[in-house]
Design a protein around this ligand. Structure first.
Ligand SMILES: [Fe+2]
Ligand SMILES: [Fe+2]
Length: 218
């Protein structure tokens, strides 16, 4: 099979991602993901954020030394530092709300463990970037916007953390995944593996989100 051009390859990935987003958005309503928030749900949501930010850093960090280009190594290191900073900001906010910052970290939902174990098991940085940063991390600004709208009236400080720090930083590193995929996912085998990784990553992410939302109703 012939390799796709970088543009066509990225379009193929984003088409799958967007199709998954449509499906997940329809399902999210059915398990109450957009319901009004309570202070307890806000804390759970922040605890979920701690796991997502810290794991994104942990699975990405080992690949810094495998990137051939110094400038991309530097950008990936900054990405890792950024996600760890987010985890630590969220932990601080949870402490201010008098809850355990690591409740979900120490005792993760099964589906959440599966998601990150999968990312940990990937065999190349291209697959990882297709699945995490070009995959479900692209959903973060969208779900965060809806969270900010709903949390603003009951906890404006948490809303400000999401709006002014987490989302603002996110915009700063959105370029990194397409750049890495353009440079290094240039043969058909790697491209195919990236697509499989993205599909599986989205599916596991969807399951983790559903399990998390259902745990709030329990
Ligand atoms: Fe982050
Ligand atoms: Fe991020």
């Amino acid at each position: 099979m012939e390799a796709l051009s970088p543009d066509k390859f990225l379009k193929q990935l984003s088409d799958h991602r967007e199709a998954f987003w449509e499906k997940m958005t329809a399902e999210r309503k059915s398990y109450g993901a957009e319901k009004p928030l309570t202070p307890q749900i806000v804390v759970r949501r922040l605890q979920f954020g701690v796991v997502m930010e810290r794991k994104a850093a942990e699975v990405s960090a080992p690949w810094v030394s495998r990137l051939p280009e110094l400038e991309l190594q530097q950008s990936l290191s900054e990405y890792v530092a950024n996600e760890l900073k987010h985890a630590s900001i969220l932990r601080k906010r949870i402490s201010e709300l008098h809850a355990d910052p690591d409740a979900l970290w120490k005792n993760p939902l099964e589906e959440l463990k599966e998601l990150w174990n999968f990312h940990d098991s990937l065999g190349s940085f291209c697959e990882l970037f297709a699945s995490v940063q070009y995959g479900h991390e692209e959903f973060f600004p969208r779900t965060s916007k809806s969270f900010i709208e709903r949390v603003e009236s009951i906890d404006p400080q948490t809303a400000a953390i999401y709006r002014d720090t987490l989302l603002a930083d996110e915009e700063g590193h959105e370029w990194l995944a397409p750049e890495i995929l353009r440079c290094y996912a240039t043969d058909s085998v790697t491209q195919q593996r990236c697509l499989e990784a993205l599909k599986k990553g989205c599916e596991l992410f969807g399951r983790a989100i559903e399990s998390f939302n259902r745990s709030l109703l329990a």
